[in-house]
Design a protein around this ligand. Structure first.
Ligand code: PEP
Ligand code: MG
Length: 567
């Protein structure tokens, strides 16, 4: 049994097909006719663009627009003048096109890999994908054809790149198993879009597997079993049946309001990283957007997105949600989220450093265009502004003052916006939790970021596997913090939501119902399951569970008790 990361939920048993994405071998040559070699390179790029756009079109039909954009991104990357100049420069110095492409990609991969941030690292995978395909074209090597794998296949690969995934016939693929990738890697995003169970980041798995080997994957827990015995196969088949039945059963919750068992209505929203994801939220029956993480917009670009570009993105989300609430979080840079062109210095303790609202308030050249774009987008829907990593009242006051100044600026330019736009605070630090009553007087709403609230409350790096055992929202300290925050918001009469992962945790639902949470914001795929869980709890029953859980001294006791109380 091998443990990896559950990248896409579900269970599958099937026969391995190893997909190799090896670099084609080439003989480096010294070039004298550099013009002819540049034209060979340009022809290859043309072919690359043509093939990639054809794959993107195919993907649009199979998994939707946004996923196809990953491939369109490859076209943009290869067409980038900086990259083109690098390659042509090398050819002009006498390198053959293969070597020039190979070395230039190497340089970019090294650059993008020097970070802990998953999204920036993802760009290294993208460049790796581009390199293999471009070299295949230059050397005339045949491409892998995933579209022809037989039914009941478990795809095994070092990493499943978007170009490889484009050809997947979802009915034939029972599971995906890779050596690299996390929950937000492209392979995970695509596997989820295709609803194929996936286990990622299983060390050396390609060398452990042979073609045709039987494999069972559990994408919920992130487990792969190689050569499973008959009993395991049976167990996985049973789990798969149950999983699919439960998924089917959730469909009765589509189109319904989100209400507790005793009729208390709450809001159930989706978290998104780009405007295109808004469609997925509505498809999954989300009632609004509770968190739009705008940093993806900044990370997906090689320079600061302009006010106009940001306005278009925020407007797109607002329009897609058609009048329903869209809470957009301002730039949450720093910590684990690196944006190379912002020129942030390396810090000893990045999670405790110059990041999020701290950065934005000092870099008005970055913040003002974002706030202006948000204000302008508010003319097209129910846009709300949310400020991350707040630790003091002054921070929210400063943001609000800046918003007021920008409103005047827009007035003088005759540009419309929502004059009553709300500005809310993300509560994700112990400081904000302690002064929740004071912040509630300044903020229009709260949203609890439990991913960071747990990290900072427990003083445990959320990405450090060695101390992961301490990272739990069931810890009494985190539970008390949530209770206080929700209580303070209720007391002040402002809306309080939760957009961290804990909002979708069915074990915590009774506590959140009991504390009085007004809005749950979860990933699109968790929307119906969360609605189903909320519907099972009445306030009185939830209170009982919450009281007992809060009386417990240790995380382990709470976890055990919440598991036993699960409905
Ligand atoms: C959180 O901290 O809970 C949160 C939602 O924000 P992020 O995960 O983007 O830090
Ligand atoms: Mg956070």
């Amino acid at each position: 049994m091998y443990k990896g990361i559950g990248g896409s939920a579900g269970y599958g048993v099937g026969k391995a097909v190893i997909i190799s994405n090896e670099l084609p071998v080439y003989e480096p040559r010294q070039i004298t006719d550099t013009e002819a070699e540049i034209s060979r390179f340009t022809d290859a790029v043309e072919q690359f663009v043509e093939k990639t756009m054809a794959m993107a079109d195919k993907m649009k039909a199979s998994v939707g627009e946004h996923n196809a954009e990953i491939l369109e991104g490859h076209v943009m990357m290869i067409s980038d003048p900086f990259m083109q100049d690098e390659i042509k420069g090398k050819i002009n110095q006498g390198d053959c096109a293969e070597k020039a492409v190979d070395e230039t990609c190497d340089m970019f991969i090294a650059m993008f890999s020097q970070t802990e941030d998953e999204l920036t690292m993802q760009r290294a995978t993208d460049i790796g994908d581009i390199r293999v395909r471009l070299l295949k074209i230059l050397t005339g090597t045949a491409d892998v054809n995933i579209s022809e794998v037989p039914a009941g296949t478990i795809l095994v690969a070092k990493d499943l790149t978007p170009s490889m995934t484009a050809g997947i016939v979802k009915e034939n693929v029972a599971g995906i198993l890779t050596e690299v990738g996390g929950k937000t890697s492209h392979s995970a995003i695509l596997a989820r879009a295709l609803e194929i169970p996936a286990v990622l980041s299983v060390e050396n798995v390609v060398s452990l597997v042979q073609d045709g080997m039987e494999i069972a994957v559990d994408g919920c827990e992130g487990i792969a079993v190689l050569n499973p015995d008959a009993a395991t196969v049976q167990e996985y088949e049973a789990k798969k049946k149950q999983y699919l039945e439960e998924k089917e059963a959730l469909k009765v919750f589509a189109g319904k309001e989100t209400v507790t068992a005793d009729g208390q209505k709450v809001a159930l929203y989706g978290n998104i990283g780009n405007p295109e994801d808004a469609a997925k939220v509505t498809e999954c029956d989300g009632e609004g957007i509770g968190l739009f993480r705008t940093e993806f917009l900044f990370m997906g670009s090689s320079q600061l997105p302009t006010e106009e570009e940001q306005f278009e993105a925020y407007k797109k989300a607002a329009v897609a949600m058609d009048g329903r609430e869209v809470i957009i979080r301002t730039l949450d840079v720093g910590g684990d989220k690196e944006i190379p062109y912002l020129g942030l210095e390396k810090e000893e303790n990045p999670f405790l450093g110059y990041r999020a609202v701290r950065f934005c308030l000092q870099r008005e050249d970055v913040y003002r265009p974002q706030l202006r774009a948000l204000l302008r987008a508010s003319a097209f829907g129910d846009v709300k502004i949310m400020v991350p990593l707040v630790t003091s009242v002054e921070e929210i006051r400063s943001v609000k003052a800046m918003v007021e100044e920008l409103k005047k600026e827009l007035d003088s330019e005759n540009i419309s916006y929502n004059k009553d736009i709300q500005v809310g605070v993300m509560i994700e630090t112990p400081a904000a939790s302690e002064i929740a009553d004071l912040l509630a007087k300044e903020a229009d709403f709260f949203s609890i970021g439990t991913n960071d609230l747990t990290q900072y409350t427990m003083a445990v790096d959320r990405g450090n596997a060695k101390v992961a055992y301490l990272y739990s929202a069931y810890h009494p300290a985190v539970l008390r913090s949530m209770k206080r925050i929700i209580g303070a918001a209720n007391e002040a009469g402002i809306m309080v939501g939760m957009c961290g992962e804990a909002a979708a945790d069915p074990l915590l639902t009774p506590l959140l119902v009991s504390f009085g949470l007004n809005e749950y914001s979860v990933s699109a795929t968790s929307i119906l399951a969360t609605r189903a869980t909320i519907s099972k709890w009445s306030k009185a029953e939830a209170d009982q569970v919450a009281d007992k859980a809060l009386s417990m001294a240790t995380e382990a006791e709470v976890a055990q008790y919440l598991k036993e109380s699960r409905k």
